[in-house]
Ligand binder design. Structure first.
Ligand SMILES: [Zn+2]
Length: 273
């Protein structure tokens, strides 16, 4: 593929899956054309591992801080203030990870709702998500949203704050045309697209061009998960986004350069870079 530049907007590079060869993974990402990697936290511990990893790769890795729905338990009211304390104060008008340095969070994330495995903490998830949505309004940091088997509930919360929200990403979108349209009604939000697009049974190559304009997509890996075909099942890494770019270009009937240029512009818009 041509040497166009792209951004991985969702990569768990701080994970222990990368502890043996993180430098090499970043080196391969750079060589493949990846110009920046955004790291989502999932709990208080990973807020710190994400910040540490971003300090190791300043100007290349950027942190996003939040409490993931699957990590929400009965102690969520104690955890959230500790995460909030890591965010910039609300007086900062236009925070930006690129300007503020490696430790300055770029977004609130990943946050959301996940009722796939269990509804045990459904009520807590709803409350914790809504509080973090309010952080986005306050800090003007965009949201990196994880949502599984809970779109109705998630959309209901976003609707309540939509006119005050700076925007964000509905990460790992795998839905149908109706679900895409429902998410795109929030005009400062975009869909995060990764390896699932390349899976044999994925309907995304038809769904996306039919109802999602290219200016409403960003690229992501969700590494170490969701490796694209032909590497499906292996540990994913940012360099592999090139397979997603190739498939997106085919699906939309545009060049790979067009995919890179447009998704980079979308990242710049949503994250205020
Ligand atoms: Zn994730």
């Amino acid at each position: 593929m041509t040497n166009c530049k792209f951004i991985d907007t969702h990569c768990h590079l701080d994970g222990e899956e990368f502890s043996a060869d993180r430098e090499a993974v970043v080196q391969r990402a750079r060589q493949a054309g990846c110009s920046a990697i955004f790291l989502p936290a999932i709990d208080l511990v990973t807020c710190h591992t994400v910040l540490d990893t971003c300090r190791q790769f300043p100007g290349y890795c950027f942190p996003m801080l939040g409490l993931h729905p699957e990590e929400v338990r009965s102690d969520w009211r104690d955890i959230l203030p500790q995460i909030k304390a890591l965010l910039p104060p609300k007086s900062i008008e236009a925070p930006s990870g690129a300007v503020g340095g490696a430790a300055c969070p770029l977004a609130i994330g990943e946050v959301g709702l996940d009722f796939y495995w269990s509804r045990e903490f459904a009520q807590e998830q709803l409350l914790a998500f809504e509080e973090q949505v309010r952080w986005s309004v306050e800090t003007r940091l965009p949201l990196m949203i994880h949502c599984r088997k809970a779109q109705n509930e998630m959309v209901a919360i976003i609707k309540r704050y939509a006119k005050d929200l700076p925007g964000g990403v509905f990460h790992c979108f795998t839905g149908n045309e109706h679900e895409a349209a429902e998410l795109l009604q929030f005009d400062r939000f975009v869909l995060g697209i990764g390896g699932v697009l390349t899976f044999k049974k994925s309907h995304l190559p038809e769904v996306l061009p039919a109802c999602v304009p290219l200016d409403r997509l960003v690229l992501e890996t969700d590494a170490p998960y969701m490796a694209p075909v032909p590497l499906r099942g292996q540990r994913n890494e940012s360099a592999y986004i090139r397979y997603v770019i190739t498939r997106l270009a085919e699906a939309y009937g545009v060049s790979e350069e067009d995919v890179c240029r447009q998704t980079n512009a979308n990242v710049a818009r949503v994250f205020g870079l």
